[in-house]
Design a protein. Structure first.
Length: 202
């Protein structure tokens, strides 16, 4: 049985180590690669990504995929309690925000950037400009959402964006996240609720 080589992890990250015998093999390799890249004046992260991608290909190294854990979804009862808390607020903007999340499965960054002109009530579509990966796409508007959306748009004739604050500025993703927490607390739900959760609920 091959002998397992022990590595002192404290030395791996010891930038002050000067004796090669006191430095782990991996850290030594990192330093040599760093010195080579510095000599070649490679300082752009995109160039670096390309280099290591080509190295992986030449060595036939498989890219390790991170295991993605699905978020803990809301039960039907929890979802009803959450939406009831939103509806009881009487705020049509908040009602619309969470219904777009739920029915259209948009990301919070996409939601806050929706413009009035992106909404096509006739074709029941919302245009998502430069979504994840800088890709444009459209999402469908169900009939029950169209009615609320139409009523809301009539109340904001001066808006450029679908959701703006009282100063007619685009709302922030942080504000939407805060709304999630407020309605979670109001609904008496212990489970952590965040905007992205609704993409998986949809």
């Amino acid at each position: 049985m091959a002998e397992v080589k022990k590595v002192n992890l404290s030395l791996v990250y010891n930038e002050n180590a000067t004796n090669e015998n006191d430095i782990s093999e991996k850290e030594l390799l990192v330093r040599r690669i760093s010195n080579f890249l510095r000599r070649e004046r490679i300082q752009n992260s995109e160039e670096l990504k390309y280099i290591f991608k080509r190295v992986r290909e030449r060595l036939s190294l498989a890219k390790i995929k991170k295991q993605k854990k699905l978020p803990q979804l809301l039960t039907t009862e929890e979802l009803i309690k959450f939406m009831s808390a939103v509806d009881s607020s009487g705020d049509i903007k908040d009602q619309l925000i969470f219904r777009i999340f739920l029915y259209c499965a948009v990301r919070v960054s996409e939601l806050v950037n929706i413009k009035i002109l992106d909404v096509n009530l006739i074709e029941k579509r919302i245009f998502i400009n430069q979504g994840k990966g800088s890709k444009d796409r459209t999402v469908l508007i169900p009939e029950q959402l169209k009615i609320l959306l139409s009523a809301y748009i009539k109340t904001i004739p001066k808006n450029i964006y679908l959701f703006e604050n009282n100063r007619n500025e685009i709302i922030s993703a942080r504000l939407v996240q805060r709304l999630c927490k407020e309605y979670q607390k109001k609904a008496g739900i212990v489970k952590n609720i965040h905007p992205h959760l609704f993409r998986h609920q949809a």
